[in-house]
Design a protein around this ligand. Structure first.
Ligand SMILES: [Zn+2]
Length: 58
């Protein structure tokens, strides 16, 4: 059903987490993105399943 067969799970962010604008471009490295609006480069990382054990433990 339309699988690319690349063997990589890619998550496409639709909005910049910093400014909320959708003007994103893929970065040079895998999982990195560049926001044209706020000029930020950031990484989209998979952290794991379930709630974090240290969530709210600050
Ligand atoms: Zn931004």
């Amino acid at each position: 059903m339309g699988t690319g067969g690349e063997g990589t799970a890619r998550a496409q962010p639709f909005h910049c987490p910093y400014c909320g604008e959708p003007d994103l471009r893929p970065g040079e490295q895998h999982g990195t993105w560049y926001c044209l609006t706020c000029d930020r480069r950031w990484r989209l990382a998979f952290l794991g399943l379930g709630p974090g054990e240290h969530e709210g433990d600050a």
